[in-house]
Design a protein around this ligand. Structure first.
Ligand SMILES: *Cc1c(COP(=O)(O)O)cnc(C)c1O
Length: 348
């Protein structure tokens, strides 16, 4: 097959990924530190993330669906994989055959797992106040789980990224569940929950966003390293005359003759229109502000300061997650998971 080089790529920093995992693990003290790798590892590539973290000592991985679990087969022997959406009616063939555990989310799912009748271990999600997935505390307490072999009992924090009273309330509810429901391990904290302190860590934490360079709370500021560095090639450099405009809707007009670099990147790659006005790129240390509207496959940058830039050069796209989220109105999660399939994933 012909190898066609991609004109846009994510430079992915393995050392930063592992350093972030180690920092998160250290916050949990004695707790093990797992990894949420759903949505294809938040857009980085679930298999590549799993391999790197498993090599660093991570043993517990979480995906959303059985399709995501199947895509990770075969698993390395020592890793454990949990499927957060549990055991739906259509999932039972996969749930019976793949070496992964469902996170049972309702009395109906518990019943379905019992009827499958293999007595294999499962995980269970208890809802302690988020009202998304999970058995209600009363349901769990009234015998619905009797006789199950529960590997991990989970709950999920709704507001851990804020200083909300809901955090302490969910912690208290989870502690009381832990007194009453037997499981081999207990797990509550996502990335932001890890930052709330070791009280929230229990036996196992489940960070996602912070592994990939997101800063979930101020406690993580300066600790988490950027992992994802998008880069796009310059397709053309042109000089726009004073008074001429650039792009759809002519939203930017040149105040003076301006060198403009057109990059091979657009909203179809997840680089959305909300970056207009604040986005930018760098080339050999020069700053190139985004100008005009982002198109589907093209974005224009003001290359006034980029002396010598030309066709084929690589631009580094500004993608510091907290800064980009603040400027664009997108969440750090959306910034990562929106990055499209046209980027080559280039791990270093
Ligand atoms: C996505 C997810 C996580 C990871 O959350 P982050 O905020 O990305 O750290 C942990 N647990 C559950 C149940 C999740 O769905």
């Amino acid at each position: 097959m012909m190898i066609v080089p991609s004109p846009l790529r994510l430079r992915l920093d393995s050392a930063a990924l592992v350093a972030n995992w180690r920092w998160l693990a250290a916050q949990g003290c004695a707790a093990a530190c797992g990894a949420a790798i759903k949505a294809d590892g938040y857009g980085l590539g679930a298999r590549a993330v799993m391999e790197r973290l498993a090599a660093a000592g991570c043993r517990d991985f979480f995906v959303a669906s059985w399709a995501e679990a199947a895509a990770l087969m075969p698993l390395a022997g020592q890793v454990s994989l949990s499927v957060l959406h549990g055991a739906g009616a259509d999932d039972m063939v996969a749930a019976r055959t793949l070496p992964a555990r469902p996170v049972l989310n309702s009395v109906e799912q518990v019943q379905r797992w019992r009827e499958a009748g293999e007595g294999r271990p499962c995980d269970v999600m208890i809802d302690t106040g988020m009202n998304r997935l999970g058995l209600r505390v009363e349901e769990a307490m009234s015998g619905a789980l009797d006789g199950l072999t529960i590997e991990i009992l989970l709950s999920h924090l709704a507001s851990a990224d804020e200083d909300s009273d809901q955090n302490a309330a969910q912690l208290a509810a989870f502690r009381s569940i832990r007194e009453r429901i037997r499981a081999r391990r207990y797990s509550l904290a996502n990335s932001a929950g890890v930052c709330l302190g070791a009280d929230y860590a229990f036996d196992l934490t489940r960070p996602g966003i912070a592994l990939y360079g997101g800063t979930p709370r101020r406690e993580a500021e300066g600790q988490i390293r950027q992992v994802v560095h998008p880069e796009a090639r310059v397709l053309q450099v042109r000089t726009v005359r004073a008074g001429e405009s650039v792009g759809y809707g002519a939203t930017w007009a040149a105040p003076r003759a301006t060198r403009v670099a057109i990059a091979n990147l657009g909203y179809a790659d997840g680089y959305l229109r909300c970056h207009a006005g604040t986005g930018g790129a760098t080339w050999q240390g020069c700053v190139l502000p985004l100008i005009g509207r982002v198109s589907m496959d093209l974005t224009a940058f003001d290359a006034s300061d980029a002396d010598g830039i030309g066709e084929g050069d690589w631009l580094g796209i500004d993608y510091d997650l907290p800064a980009r989220a603040a400027a664009s109105g997108l969440s750090q999660y959306e910034l990562l998971t929106g990055l499209g399939a046209r980027f080559a994933r280039d791990w270093r």
